[in-house]
Design a protein around this ligand. Sequence first.
Ligand SMILES: [Zn+2]
Length: 153
Amino acid sequence: MVEEVKVRKIKDGTVIDHITSGEALNVLKILGIPKDYPKTPVTVAMNVLSAKVDSKDIVKVEGRELKAEEVDKIALIAPRATINIIRGFKVVEKKKVSIPETIEGVLRCANPNCVTHFEEVRSRFVVEERSPIKLRCYFCEKVMRGEEIVRQF
Ligand SMILES: [Zn+2]
């Protein structure tokens, strides 16, 4: 039997569970922790044994619920993640992240000659593969994968 890790319960905030192993620190980067939120209490568990997958990371953020844009970014690096909103020690909302067919405005194209850098064009990427992520720029067809995406967060 796999024993789930016991982490202190939080009163209000967000628990991001089933994060792809090794991606917890990138999740913190997406959430602007500690840069934008130096005082926010955060618990990080990495490479935790899980019954569903080999291992996973977990991030608990106190006193904060995530913005839709943050959830969309987390989906790109952790497509199996679940977001649990906690209020008064109870899970009031549980949702799975999802990757849309196309991603607009969130990322910049890695091709320096792409039209999106020179004109008032909103970036747009077609999702070709989800896990691991593979995106193709709608305008110049440049392919972007893992590191190139994470570097922008
Ligand atoms: Zn492009």
